[in-house]
Write a protein that binds this ligand. Structure first.
Ligand SMILES: *Cc1c(COP(=O)(O)O)cnc(C)c1O
Length: 361
């Protein structure tokens, strides 16, 4: 048994303990090769074997066809906020951004540097607690692409269904709910995400892009910032974030063992329901978000006063539950319960919550 604390951080976040054990056991000598994965050339057979396994697991788990590239970049999801408009926001046109919260808004701001942005929806009217009905979402005429964030990590809202791809490409930031459920990749022209929420140790950003998108790209572009270079080199245009990719490869194996994308969806549904059931059980708790779009990854909640919220955090920490503070920009409380977060940990959290209410309600 280990004395690990319960991890509800929003990111970097919890990893399966089996994956950490595996990394520990292989860190000095990877599978008897006499070298470490993180000390060897990314052009060598040892890295390539692991890398190819990682990419094929990703394709298998999400049903990604050969029409799409899959690879990893550095720079976090944040670099994609700039690379996307730099590559795809056509001069003389505009792009549609769904203004759903902190992360989509940051992406929109970066796009404004390169061209016109039309905000399709403005969540600020509701303090970013709701989303548009996906059936009503249509890209505007001549739009270069339609951009959305599938799960707003800070606001705690998540698209349950997505707008349907029409003539305009759809690009989605899935950083915080990546592989937490099956997704029809063919509905998107690009899906990306920082891996540190649901997929592995920080450092890599996964890119899934329809190869056809490259035909739409602007040029010239600086080399690293040009997706075409990463596509033509299968993601090995320069040194990739090796340690992070290794972690992702192991997490993908873990996801396969645990029922794949559908298994992750069932886990996420079960775990998030456990917390929302407590929130719905009395007026002591408040869930600020539209119940139709409640996130299964980041459960945001409030207590009757900020003093009680402080007390909650202090007592949670005394009980070895960490990371429950809401993002500094919105305050309140947040439990991030990503794929690797054990069901038992969520059970411990909900029991603590009920006890806290008994004492303070
Ligand atoms: C965390 C997060 C980001 C930023 O990721 P970095 O890898 O830190 O750049 C972007 N989008 C969403 C939805 C996130 O949750």
């Amino acid at each position: 048994m280990s004395d690990r604390k319960l991890n509800f951080f929003a990111g970097p976040s919890v990893l399966p303990v089996e994956v950490l054990d595996e990394m520990q056991s292989q860190i000095k000598d990877y599978q008897g090769n006499g070298q470490s994965m993180i000390e060897t050339s990314h052009r060598g057979a040892m890295f390539e074997g692991m890398y190819n396994k990682c990419l094929s697991s990703m394709r298998e788990l999400l049903g990604i066809s050969s029409d799409y590239d899959v690879y990893f970049l550095g720079g976090g999801a944040t670099l994609q906020f700039a690379m996307i408009p730099m590559n795809f926001l056509k001069p003389g046109t505009h792009a549609d951004y769904i203004k759903s919260g902190t992360w989509a808004n940051k992406a929109g701001k970066d796009a404004e540097v390169f061209g016109d942005v039309k905000y399709y929806f403005d969540g600020s009217d509701s303090k970013f607690t709701t989303l548009p009905d996906p059936k009503t979402v249509h890209a505007s005429k001549n739009s270069s692409y339609l951009y959305l964030c599938s799960n707003e990590t800070i606001g705690g809202i998540e698209w349950q269904d997505f707008p349907k791809r029409e003539d305009t490409p759809i690009i989605a930031d899935m950083s915080s709910d990546f592989l937490s459920r099956p997704v029809d990749v063919n509905n998107f022209d690009m899906i990306y995400g920082g891996v540190q929420k649901n997929l592995g140790p920080a450092g890599a950003t996964v890119i899934i892009m329809k190869k056809d998108m490259l035909k739409r790209a602007n040029s010239p572009l600086p080399n690293y910032l040009n997706y075409a270079n990463h596509s033509s080199k299968d993601g090995l245009f320069n040194t990739p974030p090796v340690f992070s990719i290794w972690g992702v490869q192991l997490v993908l194996e873990w996801i396969k063992k645990n029922g794949g994308a559908q298994g992750m969806k069932e886990r996420a549904t079960l775990k998030s329901k456990m917390v929302y059931d407590v929130l719905d059980s009395s007026d002591f708790w408040k869930s600020p978000v539209d119940s139709r779009y409640r996130s299964k990854m980041n459960v945001v909640f409030r207590l009757p006063s900020e003093d009680l919220e402080k007390k909650f955090l202090t007592e949670a920490a005394q009980n070895d539950m960490l990371g429950l503070k809401g993002h500094r920009s919105v305050g309140g409380l947040r439990a991030s319960i990503y794929n690797s977060c054990p069901v038992e940990d969520v059970k411990t959290l909900t029991e603590f919550m009920k006890e806290f209410e008994r004492k303070n309600g």
